[in-house]
Design a protein around this ligand. Structure first.
Ligand SMILES: C[C@@]1(CC(=O)O)c2cc3[nH]c(cc4nc(cc5[nH]c(cc(n2)[C@H]1CCC(=O)O)[C@@](C)(CC(=O)O)[C@@H]5CCC(=O)O)C(CC(=O)O)=C4CCC(=O)O)c(CCC(=O)O)c3CC(=O)O
Ligand SMILES: NC(=O)C1=CN([C@@H]2O[C@H](COP(=O)(O)OP(=O)(O)OC[C@H]3O[C@@H](n4cnc5c(N)ncnc54)[C@H](O)[C@@H]3O)[C@@H](O)[C@H]2O)C=CC1
Length: 217
């Protein structure tokens, strides 16, 4: 007998640019999923719902998504890559989930996660640093609370830190041919960045200092 549960999940980070994302529903849950997509720079979002929250309306007026102001139809599914079934109608959510799954799409079903094939974590964004938290469906409230705790601990400066580490790594890949030296340097850089934050050092100078330090060990 297998010991798996629907709570067993594999996390991924997806690029959504150029991918059609379909949201069915226009309430607070649809709004939250929409905001998550926009934060990830999704640029082809269609939301189908006869009504929508004030925030969704505003975003639609600002051109951030296309709002189809009507009930869902099966044809809406054509061309969608990522689907959210987030209406208050559970039978409809389930049928959106079934159709999407049958046609090999990624689908999230808001009222009962097991009817879809992915769930959404709570997300802390600091520039390109993302910390995602999930209790795998056991407790969205716990995920939310833990995210808030992390938010207080890790401020905006971490986005800058990650950016600087990226620039340093790019230089290291260009300049340090010795793989062992490079990985030691990058590990040391991460260590320093975590301990001391963003020192206002020129990136090339930082790389030189790290390289000297590792070589001198
Ligand atoms: C399985 C999952 C599927 C999915 O939606 O992807 C799911 C499912 C369900 N949520 C329900 C309820 C609530 N969800 C929230 C909030 C969030 N829910 C999110 C994710 C997930 N919710 C996935 C699991 C993630 C995990 O466990 O870690 C977050 C993290 C991310 C996001 O929504 O993008 C976001 C917080 C974002 C943030 O603030 O950081 C709150 C709190 C609030 O609204 O303030 C409540 C009320 C309190 C409570 O129930 O705990 C219900 C019952 C519906 C009903 O009663 O009808 C179901 C249905 C079911 O359990 O199957
Ligand atoms: N996964 C999650 O994070 C959570 C999920 N839920 C569940 O998510 C669902 C939605 O929650 P809320 O946004 O609070 O509901 P809501 O009742 O505020 O909004 C439902 C939306 O669905 C739209 N809708 C209804 N019939 C439709 C149709 N045929 N086609 C297109 N749109 C249609 C309505 O116009 C409305 O905008 C509920 O089933 C709820 O149980 C609730 C809380 C959190």
């Amino acid at each position: 007998m297998s010991d798996t549960s629907p709570y067993d999940c594999y996390p991924v980070m997806m690029r959504l640019q150029g991918k059609r994302c379909l949201i069915v529903g226009g309430g607070p849950v649809a709004e939250r999923k929409l905001e998550g997509l926009l934060a990830a720079a999704a640029d082809d979002i269609v939301l189908v719902s006869p009504d929508a929250t004030a925030e969704i309306r505003e975003l639609s007026e600002a051109g951030r998504l296309r709002w189809e102001r009507r009930h869902y139809r099966e044809e809406d599914m054509a061309g969608a890559w990522l689907v959210f079934a987030a209406t208050g109608d559970k039978a409809l959510n389930a049928s959106v989930g079934r159709l999407a799954e049958r046609s090999g799409k990624l689908v999230n079903v808001a009222h009962e996660s097991e009817l879809g094939n992915f769930i959404t974590p709570s997300i802390l964004r600091r520039g390109e640093l993302l910390v995602t938290v999930t209790a795998s469906g056991n407790s969205p409230s716990f995920s939310r609370l833990l995210r808030k705790e992390l938010e207080a601990r890790y401020g905006d400066e971490y986005g800058i830190t990650v950016k600087r580490l990226g620039q340093l790594r790019k230089l290291a890949l260009e300049q340090l041919a010795d793989g062992k030296l490079r990985s030691d340097v990058l590990e040391q850089a991460a260590d320093e960045a975590l301990a001391r934050g963003n020192e206002r050092k020129d990136i090339q100078q930082w790389l030189n200092e790290l390289t000297d330090k590792i070589r001198g060990r």
